[in-house]
Ligand binder design. Structure first.
Ligand code: NDP
Ligand code: 2IT
Length: 449
């Protein structure tokens, strides 16, 4: 089977992130594949690594000075065996087809773990919302939707938010969709509360991660109270991970953005977090301002020549990477192990490199894989769609209670799959095996299509 996997990977040479995500999943599902006849397994693999379709398009727009700008947009529709395509839209200058294929591939299995009838996809553009006026972001979103509206819809493909796509962008995108399609329907998630959005959607990915981490710690007789936690990022997922950690009695000491990180020796409390939310969500400022406001904090800028991220060098019990892919490399992992950390919980998608993951699992660090731990975000997006189709909205407490139960259920599913395939306690293997088996069985039931 290894040979077959390598043959498929070779076809996407150059798509580094996609290869990384595919390799991780396929290597852990070998015990499932081994139970299938060779030809069936090969046919399944060939289909599962190939997106249903990839749409690549030009996004022209005019900036505030009247200049024409052109960005590159993509929609990756990876797999819809379990339901309509669903995944995040990312607006960031680093966006490439490889990054969106990796996100879409992961999303297929993450969505399967939620138990909701959702396939997997992703989309986005190499557009940088940073430093743009609201009017520029709106013109960009309108132009982006000019292509997207042909492909999305509540039964076809339902994008949500990801890096660079939050409430403001979803608003502009939805407005453009409604006008172009002449339909008001749940074709996007992350919508405003007054126009079809769900309570707790903004909090869901971060809160869900902390619920997952609590389950994992509790299974080992541990809790979050009093634990020193490193959190990276300062966007949607980081803010709500930090918020729930603070509520659980943990001591959050770091946050970051792409310019560097802050370390607060007194810990970040609710009032300081409110400052961060205003700084990031309203003023759209940079994280160094935190250290200018609070004397207990220092700002450490990114060192582009460094071989590690100094954020992970602060002594701590738990690490919650909430920014982006491959933000914890081998050198960071060594430092974390030396603290020693008890738990690494992937709140971002694929934030740990394969080398780092191997080190954590080899050193008995409790490791929560992203496709399980951060599934709360898309799960509440799924609940938003249910509310849209029923034309009702649930109370916040109800959604939060469902989210808690869901994260508990995903943790149990991963554990049981790991156990039944002979790798007890290995959550990453368990997550991949449980999710892959579900998607694979649906594909086999539905024939070669
Ligand atoms: P946001 O855009 O709200 O925040 C992203 C944060 O990460 C910002 O602080 C940003 O800093 C930082 N960041 C982004 N790219 C880089 C980079 N290349 N290097 C250093 N810092 C970077 O995004 P989200 O919080 O929504 O997403 C964070 C992660 O969580 C992503 O991996 C995403 O895929 C994942 N995720 C998101 C979900 C959601 O519902 N939004 C659900 C599940 C997972 P700066 O502002 O300087 O760019
Ligand atoms: O990575 C993710 O799960 C997301 N960005 C959320 C996608 C969604 O459709 O809510």
């Amino acid at each position: 089977m290894r040979e077959t996997i390598e043959r498929f990977l070779a076809r996407d040479a150059g798509e580094r992130e996609f290869q990384q995500a595919v390799r991780e999943v396929l290597e852990s599902v070998e015990p499932f594949l081994a139970r299938l006849p060779q030809a069936v397994a090969e046919g399944l693999l060939a289909r599962i690594v190939e997106p249903e379709r990839v749409i690549s398009f030009r996004v022209p727009w005019v900036d505030d000075r009247g200049r024409t700008c052109v960005n590159r947009g993509f929609l990756v529709e990876m797999n819809n065996a379990l339901g309509p395509f669903k995944g995040g839209l990312r607006f960031h200058p680093s966006v490439t087809q490889s990054i969106l294929k990796f996100l879409a591939f992961q999303q297929v299995f993450k969505n399967a773990l939620t138990g909701l009838p959702l396939g997997g996809g992703a989309g986005g553009a190499d557009f940088d919302p940073k430093g743009k006026s609201d009017a520029e972001v709106m013109r960009f979103c309108t132009s982006f939707m000019r292509e997207l509206y042909r492909h999305v819809g509540s039964r076809v493909d339902i994008p949500g938010g990801d890096i660079g796509v939050g409430a403001r962008e979803i608003g502009f995108l939805f407005g453009a969709y409604r006008r172009m399609a002449n339909r008001f329907e749940g074709a996007l998630t992350g919508k405003g509360l007054a126009w079809g959005g769900s309570l707790f959607r903004a909090e869901a990915a971060g809160y869900g991660c902390v619920y997952f981490a609590s389950e994992l710690l509790a299974a080992h007789g541990l809790g979050l109270e009093g634990q020193v936690c490193l959190v990276s990022g300062s966007g949607n997922v980081a803010q709500h991970t930090a918020e729930k950690l603070i509520q659980a009695g943990a001591r959050v000491v770091t946050l970051s953005d792409s310019s560097g990180h802050i370390y607060d020796r007194d810990g970040i409390d609710e009032e300081k977090l409110a400052f961060v939310k205003h700084l990031k969500n309203v003023r759209r400022g940079r994280i160094h301002e935190y250290a200018e406001k609070y004397r207990s904090a220092v700002f450490v800028p990114v060192d582009p020549a460094g071989d590690h991220n100094p954020l992970w060098a602060h002594r701590a019990d738990c690490a919650f990477p909430c920014a982006t892919e491959n933000e914890i490399g081998e050198q960071d992992a060594y430092r974390l192990i030396n603290h020693p950390v008890k738990l690494v919980c992937e709140a971002a998608n694929m934030p740990c490199t394969p080398e780092a993951v191997q080190l954590f699992t080899g050193k008995n660090v409790l490791f929560a894989p992203g496709k399980a731990a951060n599934a709360g975000g898309v799960a509440v997006s799924g609940l938003e769609l249910v509310q849209n189709s029923m034309r009702l909205s649930w109370a916040g407490e109800e959604i939060d209670a469902r989210l808690r139960l869901l994260m508990k259920g995903i943790h149990r599913t991963c554990l049981e799959a790991a156990e039944s395939y002979g790798s007890p306690g290995e959550l990453l293997r368990g997550a991949n095996l449980a999710a892959f088996e579900k998607v694979a069985r649906a594909m086999l039931d539905q024939g070669v299509v």
